[in-house]
Design a binder for this molecule. Structure first.
Ligand code: Q46
Ligand code: ZN
Ligand code: ZN
Length: 337
């Protein structure tokens, strides 16, 4: 059996990118060190700040919340019910239990109950991939919750593999505007809160191991809408490179931040957007309605669409195998067959 690099005890994980194996205790130390290094090097936040952490029920966001509170930060959770069938129901139960067991404050916003629509219905009415209206809704709700709750910063559980995959996609198209926004911390401006990604030095596998050694129960299944999307494809491509050349993903992303990002940085000096006529959040032109309110208006005007109906055939089969039919499909006849 392989041994821990630090103490020679039996190892629980091998990390080829560090060319070493670690026991549970030393893996935990490594994760804490990488977390602190990201927070400090990029000046993300301090123990004086009030932090709003976006939690989905997956391993990354729950590991992040755990890291934040055990490292002494003041972090309140924000869970958004996206209405993605049983996947969302299960995620809510997991997040609720996590918060309750640790006596942590959790804010819950439900798209359907609070804003009159859900992600599958938005995907159907916009006729675009679900992630686009989902991303728009999540950003709007994070920003609004941060502003209304007086939080200094919104943090999310994007890990090194996520950020490298986004970088890969942006670099494939040389999308300079998106590349500029890839910093792990974005300052507050024009009524939008500061945003930070404290897990950018940690991989997906390290976060899964963190949850196991810390006894964190998380939703193992991915969002059914993620299957087959581009982000996934870029992740898989990078995983192939990483398998043959361990450390490439970190070198790609962290090297970009260190050596490339400064070359393309520039001060954006745009005017403050006018508030949305409906919800008051910073939006755009004077007297305009923001993209979120326009989406809520359109998607709220139609019958709810069950998640199965917006999935491709393969994803639908996997969804039903994993979760069974969603309540809407079984129940009240909105969805058809
Ligand atoms: S939750 Fe939403 Fe993700 Fe699901 S619909 Fe896409 S963006 S994949 S992180
Ligand atoms: Zn050890
Ligand atoms: Zn609005």
């Amino acid at each position: 059996m392989s041994k821990c690099r630090s103490c020679r005890a039996p190892a629980v994980i091998d990390l080829p990118r560090h060319n070493a194996n670690f026991c549970a205790e030393h893996l935990e130390q490594l994760c804490r060190r990488q977390f602190r290094r990201a927070v400090d090097d990029f000046e993300m936040f301090t123990t004086e700040d009030r932090i709003l952490v976006a939690v989905s029920g997956g391993k990354d966001s729950l590991a992040l919340w755990d890291l934040l509170v055990t490292e002494g930060y003041d972090a309140v959770g924000l869970y958004i019910g996206l209405g993605i069938g049983r996947y969302s129901d299960e995620s809510h139960v997991i997040v609720d239990a996590f918060a309750r067991d640790r006596d942590l404050e959790l804010i819950t916003v439900d798209l359907r109950a609070d804003h009159g629509f859900d992600v599958p219905t938005a995907a159907r009415v916009t006729d675009r991939v679900p992630c686009s209206s989902c991303g728009l809704s999540k950003r709007h709700i994070f920003d609004t919750a941060a502003r209304e709750g007086g939080f200094d910063v919104v943090v999310t559980g994007h890990n090194l593999d996520d950020e490298a995959a986004v970088l890969f996609g942006n670099a494939l198209r040389w999308d300079v505007e998106y590349l500029r926004r890839q910093a792990p911390v974005l300052p507050a401006r024009h009524g939008f809160p500061r945003k930070a990604k404290p897990l950018v030095r940690l991989t997906e596998r390290e976060m899964a191991a963190w949850c196991v050694i810390r006894g964190i129960d998380y939703v193992v299944e991915e969002c059914p809408m993620a299957i087959g999307n581009r982000h996934h494809m870029y992740k898989e491509a990078l995983a192939v490179v990483e398998a043959t050349s361990p450390g490439s993903t970190a070198a790609f992303y962290l090297g970009f931040l260190e050596r490339m990002a400064p070359l393309i940085a520039h001060d954006e000096d745009t005017d403050a957007p006018a508030p949305c006529r409906m919800c008051g959040s910073p939006s755009g032109a004077a007297d305009a309605v923001c993209a979120f309110c326009r989406l809520a208006d359109r998607a709220g005007a139609v019958q709810p669409v069950p998640v199965e109906l917006v999935l491709g055939r393969g994803a639908r089969r996997r969804y039903v195998e994993q979760w069974g039919a969603s309540a809407l499909m079984e129940g009240d006849g909105h969805g058809g067959s």
